[in-house]
Design a protein around this ligand. Structure first.
Ligand code: GLP
Length: 253
């Protein structure tokens, strides 16, 4: 595992944007795994800027998003589909048919999850998976206690996750109780993983993910077992890490 600690959110976002942009330029048919939430917004802004300035193109890029709320149709204002359109896809030159996000309004959820996994396999797997991290250490919507062997599946969201995510909804009760998420196994199958975390409220989850034993109680800790995983943090998110780790700015574990 490599760990980069940047001064602030902008620095974290810029490093991630540049790191992935280099790979997009190198491999035009690259497959990206993308995340929602506040954390990757800065990264997406940098990509949009690079495209607008003619320094990057997403033609040929295929994307798979991590998750979607169950019960929300793609056009729902709070769906991750809408989030991705507004914050990235509408502003870059990715081909719409190359964009994949689980559909929250399907009737046969199990069949949809299976088809999603098959589609990922068909295109040769995910080259780079972008991740955020929940305050309880979840990645995607893989909540504590979930199985490491899970592929894309239906999950029940914890009360804590629903509360944290209620800021996007008009009322707390509107936050869906379930979601479709790529599983920890799907995430671990990615050839490279880039996890972003910023802010003091992520420092505990980041500390446990990097420093404690791998445990399903802290889903992100499984990333310690990935052969090519990079954490890009701001100083606040890294603040609980021992000075030796922070000072080096880059460690192998
Ligand atoms: C949600 C998403 C995750 C995301 C997490 C953190 O639960 N399903 O993919 O990483 O929130 O969100 P934020 O980046 O807003 O802190």
């Amino acid at each position: 595992m490599e760990i980069f600690v940047e001064k602030d959110y902008e620095g974290m976002s810029l490093r991630a944007a540049q790191m992935v942009a280099i790979e997009i330029k190198r491999k035009r048919q690259i497959v990206l795994g993308l995340a929602s939430g506040n954390t990757p917004l800065g990264l997406y802004k940098y990509w949009i800027r690079m495209v607008q300035q003619g320094n990057l193109s997403f033609k040929g890029v295929t994307s798979f998003n991590l998750d979607e709320y169950l019960g929300l149709a793609p056009q729902h204002p709070q769906s991750y589909w809408t989030y991705m359109q507004e914050n990235l896809f509408c502003q870059i030159d990715i081909e719409p048919e190359h964009v994949h996000i689980p559909h929250g309004d399907v009737e046969d959820v199990a069949a949809h999850c299976l088809a999603y996994e098959q589609l990922i396999r068909q295109v040769g797997g995910i080259d780079i998976q972008i991740l955020g991290i929940g305050q309880n250490g979840h990645i995607g919507f893989n909540e504590p206690g979930g199985r490491f062997g899970n592929s894309t599946h239906l999950v029940e969201l914890t009360e804590g996750t629903r509360q944290v995510n209620s800021r996007y909804f008009l009322q707390g009760e509107d936050v869906p109780t379930h979601a479709i998420t790529m599983g920890l196994k799907s995430i671990m199958n990615a050839k490279q993983i880039v996890l972003l975390a910023a802010g003091e409220n992520k420092s505990d989850a980041v500390y446990k993910a990097i420093m404690e034993e791998v445990s399903s109680e802290l889903p992100a800790s499984v990333l310690q077992l990935h052969p090519n995983c990079v954490f890009i943090l701001d100083e606040e998110a890294a603040s609980r890490l021992p000075a030796s780790v922070q000072g080096k700015r880059e460690v192998a574990r």
